[in-house]
Design a binder for this molecule. Structure first.
Ligand SMILES: [Mg+2]
Length: 419
């Protein structure tokens, strides 16, 4: 760290923050004010902002009921004037995983930023490898950083993130909706409304928090009401033990439920493999995958027929494609998952997912639709049951600075930058 003394300031401006014209000095080295040679595409500052946003209704999951959603927005500024945006978002503080919004912010500010400042923003492999060498885990934080670097590079080259990832094979993705009020009649009414609006025809039910027979009756009643007009799936979020799961999976499968997500603990991989053999409906791994290596082990052990892909749990839009490659090689189906991110994280996922050859189980990229407010300049486009992915450079999104200022938790910025 001798080259880059760090300073955490309460101001967004930096002595190096003067914006330069696009492509100016892109391929040249230049000297900063301390006389140190650095690339024109050097990372100049990293800003992390915790944002608390209201949701349209309480969202009930087995381990947590969301009353609002907290996003961590990441802004990486580069010496050539390009700015990359990313998002690291989880569900329910520490209820879902090992990282909370607060730990993500602290770890990026204190541990990621010192490793990245002054590094070449245009070499994403080298930047992420540098993080991998020094930082274990923390895939949610890594995902937000990788997203921001991809966004900046896409803007720099005039290409959408999907094209940086090898190129899109579709422009839009079907999106599931989660019915999570816990009330059968309300959930059926909500599903009917979504069908009428042509917004969703895949519905996922969050179960596992209640008594199992009650949960099964709830799911079966919804499937009966919707019939062949919709695909109905369940997510148990690890809530059952193996014996309960075995009975429940048989009942669900024989009542037209298409997919059963993470019925038992992520730690019981042998149990997942047994369920996957016995269940009439396919078993999907979600919490079981906390890194790319988990995906390999699950595939080897036959512990799931479908993988939920989440950029946050693999370390970014590039990293998630490694898990997708393992699944494809093993003949495992793919589903585009979400951590209920806002627009930035959702679009980062979408850019990765539209590069996939097969996405047999479609996606659940509905996070922005659960929010009554977002911090984007323009909302994402959901139309005819699909999320449409822009062809503009980077993620194709901009922040609404006024909204960001209003919803940020700290009401002032923290930027880690070079001095
Ligand atoms: Mg899940």
């Amino acid at each position: 760290m001798s080259l880059h003394t760090l300073k955490v300031s309460s101001q967004t401006n930096s002595i190096l923050a003067a914006r330069k014209k696009p492509y100016e000095n892109r391929f040249k080295n230049f000297k900063n004010l301390t006389g140190i040679a650095m690339r024109a595409t050097a990372i100049e500052s990293i800003e992390t902002i915790i944002v608390d946003l209201p949701t349209i209704r309480p969202h009930k999951l087995a381990m947590h009921t969301m009353q609002n959603q907290t996003l961590v927005i990441i802004r990486v500024r580069c010496a050539d004037g390009f700015e990359g945006l990313g998002e690291s978002t989880t569900i329910g503080g520490l209820a879902y995983g090992n990282e909370s919004p607060e730990s993500i912010k602290t770890n990026i500010d204190r541990h990621f930023a010192p490793l990245l400042l002054g590094q070449d923003a245009s070499n994403i492999n080298a930047a992420m490898l540098r993080l991998e060498r020094s930082i274990r885990g923390n895939t949610f934080a890594k995902s937000g950083i990788e997203t921001a670097l991809l966004d900046a590079q896409g803007k720099r080259l005039g290409l959408p993130v999907s094209e940086l990832l090898g190129g899109r094979v579709r422009d839009a993705l079907p999106v599931a909706w989660t019915l999570a009020s816990g009330d059968t009649a309300k959930d059926i009414a909500e599903a009917e409304q979504m069908l009428d609006l042509r917004r969703h025809r895949i519905f996922k039910l969050k179960i596992g928090a209640g008594e199992v027979n009650h949960d099964l009756a709830h799911v079966i009643a919804i499937k009966k009401a919707l019939g062949d007009r919709a695909s109905v799936r369940v997510d148990v979020n690890q809530a059952w033990d193996e014996a309960v799961a075995l009975r429940a999976c048989r009942i669900l499968g024989s009542n037209g439920i298409d997919l059963i997500e993470q019925p038992i603990s992520r730690n019981n991989r042998a149990g997942m493999a047994r369920l996957n053999l016995m269940s009439p409906a396919p078993i999907m791994a979600d919490e079981s995958i906390e890194c790319v290596e988990d995906a390999f082990n699950l595939a080897r052990e036959g512990a799931a027929s479908v993988f939920a892909l989440k950029i946050a749990k693999n370390g970014g839009p590039r990293a998630v494609l490694r898990t997708a490659a393992i699944a494809e090689a093993a003949g495992i189906g793919l589903y585009g998952g979400t951590m209920l991110e806002g627009g930035l994280g959702t679009m980062a996922s979408a850019h990765a997912f539209i590069t996939l050859n097969k996405l047999a189980w479609d996606t659940e990229l509905f996070g922005p639709l659960l929010l009554t407010e977002d911090v984007l300049g323009e909302p994402l486009i959901y139309r005819d049951f699909e999320l449409h992915v822009p062809q503009t450079p980077g993620l194709g999104l901009n922040l609404d600075e006024e909204r960001l200022a209003f919803f940020r938790r700290d009401k002032s910025s923290t930027v880690v930058h070079q001095v």
